[in-house]
Design a protein around this ligand. Structure first.
Ligand SMILES: [Fe+2]
Ligand SMILES: [Fe+2]
Length: 286
């Protein structure tokens, strides 16, 4: 089904949940696999600063937004703030397990400083692109149970919760961008967003690869062994980046909107799995 707007009946619901507060998270929480662990830890290391930047970038354009969009911006903000809170905790557990995430955080800081030095519309465009990226990764994470099947229960629950809400608010930065650039021709708008998408994708892949390699280095895995294992994991098996390539490409189609692909059924399924996992007694006696 094709649509070019956020569904009118979409509700963005911040779910105030906490994960792993009392749990001990193993250093290689992803089934004892240092490569899989490094891949997700490298992503998580970027979230607190990255999501803070997304919120700040979108909120600069909330003035004059139609009421529905204004309400969505508020819900988006609440969701991202809670994601950061939980990923700060998750990252703390990585520190306790012996990782130093500072080099990864400094890399994010450098990228953000560069983007912040440009006009605010550039930050909004970058946010819109990264939110598409996040939403397609989230879709893949929920769609394919293989990605998290080796994770410990609390970590898996955290990543699924985050994925649900990323899908739910995937149209917010996009709609804010559409609203902010409504005076610009479609052709020019397309050119800007295509250029920014290519730029942020290049940076995303380079930076997350560097981050993953840095964490593997801290595990004593270096050189071609580290490279080849990382590339295999990211691009071949389970191949998260390869699997989202088609959805990434869709961004460049004329008439693209994040909700052209309605994946609310995926959210509903993940939510009922979550409820079942959190209420084993109720589920067993139901
Ligand atoms: Fe988030
Ligand atoms: Fe987001």
């Amino acid at each position: 089904m094709t649509r070019d707007v956020t569904p009118a009946d979409l509700t963005i619901t911040p779910r105030d949940r906490r994960f792993g507060r009392d749990a001990h998270t193993a250093r290689w929480w992803m089934g004892g696999d240092p490569v899989a662990t490094a891949f997700y830890n490298a992503l998580s290391a970027t979230f607190p600063k990255g999501e803070g930047f997304f919120v700040e970038s979108v909120r600069k354009f909330r003035e004059g937004a139609p009421p529905k969009l204004a309400a969505e911006i508020r819900a988006f903000t609440t969701q991202e703030v809670m994601h950061s809170r939980e990923h700060v905790q998750f990252n703390r557990r990585a520190l306790e397990a012996g990782y130093d995430l500072a080099p990864l955080e400094e890399q994010v800081e450098r990228r953000l400083a560069f983007t912040r030095s440009k006009p605010p519309i550039v930050s909004l465009a970058a946010t819109m692109c990264l939110e598409h990226f996040t939403a397609i990764l989230a879709n893949q994470l929920l769609r394919n149970p293989r990605h998290l099947d080796r994770a410990d229960a609390e970590s898996a629950a955290l990543w699924r919760w985050h994925a649900i809400e990323e899908i739910e608010h995937k149209g917010v930065a996009y709609d804010t961008w559409q609203h902010a650039t409504r005076g610009i021709s479609r052709g020019k708008r397309w050119k800007i967003k295509a250029k920014v998408m290519l730029f942020v994708t290049r940076n995303f892949i380079v930076d997350r690869s560097r981050g993953t390699l840095e964490l593997l280095r801290q595990d004593g895995i270096t050189g071609p062994r580290a490279w080849s294992r990382m590339i295999w994991f990211a691009w071949v098996r389970p191949g998260m980046l390869r699997k989202v390539f088609g959805a990434w490409l869709a961004f460049f189609l004329p008439g693209f909107h994040p909700w052209n692909h309605d994946d609310r059924a995926l959210i509903a399924r993940a939510e009922s799995d979550y409820d079942a996992a959190r209420m084993p007694v109720a589920a067993a006696t139901a």
